[in-house]
Design a protein. Structure first.
Length: 309
């Protein structure tokens, strides 16, 4: 089979909705909601149609298409600048120590502090592959296509880029949400996550505690979930780390999944790709293949091709 990554268009909405139904929830940037998906496709098309010299509030939505059948088997996205429509919230995990000289005792623990450290950064997210497409390098094709797009349109993005990973679930239950978020929102995890994805997160600022949370006061299962990715997100996390993203204690406020970040100009794809003809080429060492990005304005496509001998 032959696949290519291209920009999403309005004719893809139904296919994206079918794909979103396979996620079982938990992907904030790819909710199973037709109205939201239609709005994001329109937002992406509008973003591609404007001429800008710096990121404002653009969104770019990509689909992975089986060109033999026309079927959409994957999707991913980029936000050019987060924290514009509403603040971008994270928890920052840090260590704090207490010492009592009178008793000779020392206590050290971690605290979670609500922060907006990534306001103004770009964000990659919403990466999802249909189960039948999780092979033959298609994950790399879908993921790294975004960085090729950034390289070709560097003025549209910031200096820092982040990626939120889906957090650990025990079955359908988020231990961290049950221990923290539910106490303030009185709703199921997936309901709050969907509301965040579709309506924005002002309710977080309104209801979430502003003071640091001592992790030692949380149940053990909630503590162990902090910074731990969902089992389905482990391969995506590995791809991000290979690209140059790092995790240093920032976590999602709902499920405590890890938030990774990197400097855009130091991303592996951006430093290793090269100009060829009407686009970019990225050799894949050890695979005798390359990613080939073609570009006419913002009519952007990427395919996985054999290297010419």
């Amino acid at each position: 089979m032959t696949h290519q990554v291209r920009m999403a268009c309005k004719n893809d909405v139904d296919a994206l909705l079918e794909l979103a139904a396979l996620t079982a929830g938990g992907l904030t940037n790819f909710p199973h909601d037709r109205g939201v998906l239609a709005e994001r496709v329109a937002w992406s098309e509008q973003s591609c149609g404007v001429i800008i010299d710096s990121p404002q509030d653009e969104f770019y939505l990509f689909v992975l298409e089986d060109t033999e059948t026309g079927r959409i088997v994957g999707t991913s996205s980029i936000y050019s600048k987060i924290g514009v429509r509403w603040p971008f919230y994270s928890y920052k995990l840090s260590r704090i120590s207490h010492v009592s000289n009178g008793t000779g005792r020392h206590f050290s623990t971690h605290i979670l502090t609500l922060v907006n450290d990534f306001d103004g950064a770009s964000e990659v997210g919403g990466l999802f592959l249909a189960p039948q497409a999780r092979s033959a390098g298609l994950g790399q094709l879908l993921s790294r296509s975004r960085y090729l797009f950034i390289s070709q349109h560097r003025e549209r993005f910031g200096s820092t880029i982040v990626a939120e990973m889906r957090g650990w679930l025990d079955g359908a239950i988020s231990p961290f949400w049950e221990a923290v978020g539910r106490k303030f929102f009185d709703s199921e995890f997936h309901a709050a996550d969907l509301y965040n994805a579709t309506q924005g997160n002002q309710f977080i600022a309104d209801l979430m505690p502003k003071f640091p949370i001592y992790t030692a006061l949380l149940p053990l299962d909630a503590q162990s979930a902090i910074g731990r990715p969902h089992v389905d997100a482990v391969p995506a996390k590995a791809m991000l780390e290979a690209e140059g993203f790092v995790y240093d204690g920032y976590v999602d406020i709902f499920d405590a999944g890890p938030t990774l970040h990197a400097r855009i100009d130091q991303l592996r794809t951006i430093t290793e790709c090269r100009l060829v003809g009407d686009g970019l080429e990225l050799p894949l060492p050890g695979r005798n293949q390359r990613l080939r990005a073609r570009n006419s304005g913002l009519e952007f496509t990427v395919s996985l091709e054999a290297l010419e001998s």
